[in-house]
Design a protein around this ligand. Structure first.
Ligand code: SF4
Ligand code: SF4
Length: 133
C-alpha cells in the first residue's frame, strides 16, 4: 500500500465523520427499533444538519389562492400534478416530483413552492404526507 494512503487511513481514525450522524449518533441495532423507541419517547433522533438556503425539497401548495388554471400541470415533466375536477384544485404527488421547480415559476398566483423539507421517504407512495393538496 502506498505511504500516502496509509497516512490517510490512519489519519481518518482520529477525524470526526464528514457525514451527519442521522438519525442516531450511534448506529442502532435496527432503525425500525429506534423509530419505535422514538415514538414511545424513549429515544431521540439526532437532528439533521441545517438545510442550505433554497434547497429543493417537498412541494408546498397554498390551495386558497389557486385559481385552477392548470399551467403547473402542463409544465410538470414528471406528471406529478393532477387536477381534481370536483374542487377545481390541484394535488401534487411528492413521490413523483423531481423538484425541478418549473411549476413554481409558471404559477401566476405563486401558490407553489419548494420547501426545505427533505425527509420524504415512505413505504407508501400515496401516503397522506406524500400527497400535497
Ligand atoms: S417541481 Fe417539477 S416535478 Fe415537481 S411538481 Fe413541480 S413541475 Fe412537477
Ligand atoms: S399554476 Fe398555480 S394557480 Fe394554476 S392550477 Fe397550478 S397551482 Fe393553481
Amino acid at each position: 500500500m502506498p505511504f500516502p494512503m496509509v497516512q490517510e487511513l490512519l489519519g481518518s481514525l482520529f477525524k470526526k465523520p464528514n457525514t451527519n450522524p442521522f438519525p442516531a449518533a450511534q448506529l442502532p441495532p435496527t432503525v425500525t427499533g429506534l423509530l419505535e423507541k422514538v415514538g414511545k419517547g424513549e429515544a431521540a433522533l439526532n437532528p439533521p444538519v441545517p438545510v442550505p438556503e433554497r434547497l429543493r425539497g417537498k412541494m408546498t401548495y397554498v390551495r386558497e389562492t389557486c385559481i385552477g388554471c392548470k399551467l403547473c400541470i402542463k409544465v410538470c415533466p414528471a406528471h406529478a400534478i393532477d387536477f381534481v375536477e370536483s374542487t377545481k384544485k390541484v394535488r401534487i404527488f411528492v413521490s413523483q416530483c423531481i423538484q425541478c421547480g418549473q411549476c413554481t415559476e409558471i404559477c401566476p398566483k405563486q401558490c407553489l413552492a419548494l420547501s426545505g423539507e427533505f425527509l420524504n421517504a415512505s413505504h407508501d407512495r400515496y401516503a397522506d404526507e406524500l400527497v400535497v393538496d
